[in-house]
Write a protein that binds this ligand. Structure first.
Ligand code: PGA
Length: 266
C-alpha cells in the first residue's frame, strides 16, 4: 500500500521498465527471478514496470516480497468511454504502487505534451500512486545548449498546480532522449549536472527540505558496467532501466552496483 510518507527519504530506487516486452509466461519467469534476488538486496526500492497485460500476473508473483509494481502509463480520467486507456483506479486495483508518467517514447511517438502529463500526474496522485515522472532533452537541445532550459520547462509545466505534499511523492527520472535505447549513456558528470539542477529547481520552488529528500533517478542505457559510476554521483538516487531490465541477471547486477555505490557515498 502506498503510504503518505513513503518517499520522504532518499532511498536507492531501481525500476525496470519492460516497455512492450514479455508474454505472461516470460513476465512471470523474470519477476520470479527478481523476487528471489530481492531478499538479499536490502536497502533498495525495486520496482517492476511490466506491460498492462502482465500487471496482474506480476502482482501475484511479487506478493509478499519487497518488490513493487508500476504501470507504464496512466490516463487522467477515472473511468468511462476512453477506448484503450487505463486509469489510476485500475492500476491501484491491480496492485500498482507506482506509475511511469511522461516517458519520452510516449512524448515523441504518441504525442503526449506537458499538459497531458500534468493531468496524468494528478490522476496518479489522486489514487495515491507515486508517479515516476520522466523528463529529458533531445540531442538537438543538448547540442544547442538548451538542456537545462528544457529540463526546467518540463519540470515546471509537469508539476504545475501540485502541492508540496504531492510533489514529495513524485520520483523524477532524468532520461536524456539521446541516451534511451541507444547504448550511449550520459556520462556520470553530465547526469550529475542535470540531477543537481533538478534538485536546485525543486529547492527554489518548493523548499530545501523537499529538495534534499527528493528521489531523482537516471535513465538511458544503464547497464551493470556503468551503474556504479553513475550512482556514485551525489545527486543520483537510482535508475530507470529499460533494455537491461529484460534479463534478471543484468537487472540484479545493476541493483547490486547501485547499493554498493550508495554505501560508499554515505
Ligand atoms: P534503456 O531505456 O535503458 O533501454 O535506454 C531506459 C528507459 O527508456 O526508461
Amino acid at each position: 500500500m502506498a503510504s503518505e510518507n513513503k518517499l520522504s527519504k532518499r532511498i536507492s530506487f531501481v525500476a525496470g521498465n519492460w516497455k512492450m516486452n514479455k508474454t505472461l509466461r516470460e513476465a512471470k519467469e523474470l519477476a520470479t527471478e527478481v523476487v528471489r534476488a530481492a531478499s538479499s538486496l536490502l536497502g533498495a526500492e525495486i520496482v517492476l514496470c511490466p506491460p498492462f497485460t502482465a500487471l496482474s500476473e506480476v502482482a501475484k508473483t511479487i506478493e509478499g516480497s519487497s518488490v513493487q509494481l508500476a504501470g507504464q502509463d496512466v490516463f487522467w480520467e477515472e473511468k468511462g468511454a476512453f477506448t484503450g486507456e487505463i486509469s489510476g483506479l485500475m492500476l491501484k486495483d491491480v496492485g500498482c504502487q507506482y506509475v511511469i508518467v511522461g516517458h519520452s517514447e510516449r512524448r515523441q511517438i504518441l504525442g503526449e505534451d506537458d499538459l497531458m502529463i500534468n493531468r496524468k500526474l494528478k490522476a496518479a496522485l489522486r489514487q495515491q500512486i507515486f508517479p515516476i515522472l520522466c523528463i529529458g532533452e533531445t540531442l538537438e537541445e543538448r547540442d544547442s545548449g538548451k538542456t537545462l532550459q528544457r529540463i526546467e520547462s518540463q519540470l515546471k509545466q509537469d508539476l504545475n498546480g501540485l502541492n508540496k505534499t504531492e510533489i514529495s511523492q513524485v520520483v523524477v527520472a532524468y532520461e536524456p532522449v539521446w541516451a534511451i535505447g541507444t547504448g550511449r549513456n550520459a556520462t556520470p558528470s553530465q547526469a550529475q549536472e542535470v540531477h543537481q539542477f533538478i534538485r536546485q529547481i525543486l529547492g527554489q520552488s518548493y523548499g530545501q527540505e523537499l529538495a534534499s529528500c527528493a528521489i531523482i533517478i537516471y535513465g538511458g542505457s544503464v547497464k551493470p558496467e556503468n551503474a556504479y559510476s553513475l550512482m556514485a554521483e551525489p545527486d543520483i538516487d537510482g535508475f530507470l532501466v529499460g533494455g537491461a531490465s529484460l534479463e534478471a541477471k543484468s537487472f540484479i547486477k545493476i541493483i547490486e552496483q547501485a547499493l554498493r555505490a550508495k554505501k560508499e557515498k554515505e
